[in-house]
Design a protein around this ligand. Structure first.
Ligand code: GLC
Length: 419
């Protein structure tokens, strides 16, 4: 009895809870997640297992589908893409009762994207917008300004690529981006369309808008890059593949998310101190310099055995301290507007101030209107894009066909979030 009493006195005040969280692993993402989680473990005495997930958003979603449709309790907290709440709604807990007034401190659009049928299904962790990275040293060497238009980008890319190849780097390319048939390609295409005033495939009312002349022009422009300023292999690139080429010093321009900034400028990066970042170009006078709205959020699985503790971990990880640390160490864009005025955050990410309109006004994918059908819509788009951009299928008729395919998808019971 005495020994038992002693043990009880020395033991933790509360029973320890064990949770599992799934995190991404691009660049230093996994170690950032581990550090944030460790702080919560120290504060609460609970333990958390970290589950690393595939880099591709599309493969990550497939993994979550497997786990969640089996009702598995293996993962309590899930890192989910901003386009998934409608897809995963039925597997997630409403966080509103657990997070007090925290949502009011985040960008309203991101909170809205995480709210389905009045339920707050995830808390914003970081936001993303597509950006154009360029080699400032090379543009200076060739006397070229940072490009405002896609045509300018292509011309500069050709000039610098040819010059650098002649000067002894046969591996130099003009422009790298994400062309693989996965979610990242949808984001790239959406940005081309914005720059040509070509719409967003489906408008907010659910009408399919993709069969238009401006969109066709945007696709034709992208087709012209393949094999000229972009390697054929770009059609299989994801974010990390593009970053690998750019960071090794073998590309003039790269389209990527903000996380690539801290890595390109990191110690040991061959391009450190030589990188500029700006809004993506436009195709026409009235096109929009726009980045696709991306970003990741934290949700709690309905099958978790510890939803209250899981929600507390979400509250901690998405709070201002963690978001500030992640922004400074690794340029993950906060979802808390106040942090964009923080001098330490701005010193680490000088482009935050200048590109703030791009972050605040990023172009959303039509995931809210498509609801749980969004992933099928997205894969129709990758297929059509590869047909046009890599197989040479004429753009306008292929977009007509895509439009019919999307309309068919919408007609089967309409768009929506119903299970
Ligand atoms: C980034 C974005 C995410 C997007 C993905 C596509 O991770 O944050 O929203 O779906 O890229 O590859």
């Amino acid at each position: 009895m005495a020994a038992l009493a002693l043990l009880a006195a020395a033991g933790p005040a509360r029973a320890e809870v064990r949770l599992a969280i799934s995190c991404g692993a691009l660049g230093i993402e996994l170690s950032l997640c581990t550090e944030g989680v460790a702080r919560w473990e120290r504060a609460t005495g609970n333990r958390v297992t970290i589950i690393s997930t595939p880099n591709s958003s599309t493969e990550r979603l497939a993994l979550y589908h497997q786990l969640l449709s089996a009702g598995a309790d293996d993962v309590d907290v899930l890192q989910i893409d901003v386009v998934w709440p409608g897809i995963l709604a039925r597997h997630l807990v409403d966080l509103a009762p657990h997070v007090d007034d925290a949502p009011a401190r985040h960008f309203p659009a991101v909170v809205a994207a995480n709210t389905v049928g009045g339920r707050l299904l995830a808390m914003p962790w970081w936001t993303d917008a597509g950006l154009l990275y360029y080699r400032a040293d090379l543009l200076e060497k060739y006397g070229r300004p940072p490009p405002e238009r896609w045509s300018e980008l292509a011309e500069t890319a050709r000039i610098v690529q040819a010059g650098e190849r002649a000067a002894g780097n046969p591996r130099m390319w003009g422009y790298v981006w994400q062309g693989r048939a996965y979610e990242g390609l949808f984001c790239n295409v959406l940005e081309w369309l914005a720059g040509y005033g070509g719409g967003t495939f489906v408008d907010e009312a659910g009408q399919v808008t993709i069969a238009n002349a401006r969109a066709a022009e945007a696709f034709r422009t992208a087709r012209g890059w393949i094999g000229t300023i972009s390697p054929q292999g770009v059609l299989n690139y994801d974010e990390e593949a593009a970053r690998g080429v750019f960071q090794a010093g073998n590309a003039v321009f790269m389209r990527n998310w903000p996380y690539a900034w801290a890595l390109a400028q990191g110690e040991g990066s061959p391009v450190r101190g030589r990188v500029g970042v700006m809004a993506l170009p436009v195709g026409t006078d009235d096109g929009r310099h726009a980045g696709a709205l991306g970003g990741w959020n934290l949700a709690v699985s309905r099958y978790s055995r510890h939803p209250a503790e899981a929600a507390d971990l979400v509250r901690h990880l998405t709070g201002a301290d963690e978001q500030k640390r992640r922004a400074i160490q690794a340029s993950y864009n906060p979802t808390i507007p106040a942090l964009y005025d923080d001098p330490e955050v701005l010193a680490a990410n000088p482009f935050y101030g200048r590109l703030r309109p791009i972050f605040e006004d990023a172009v959303a994918r039509p995931s809210q209107v498509a609801g749980r059908r969004y992933s099928r819509l997205s894969s129709l788009v990758w297929r059509a894009t590869h047909d046009i951009v890599s197989r040479g299928v004429p753009a306008a008729p292929r977009l007509e066909r895509l439009s019919a395919e999307i309309a068919r998808l919408a007609r089967r019971g309409g768009w929506g979030t119903e299970p």
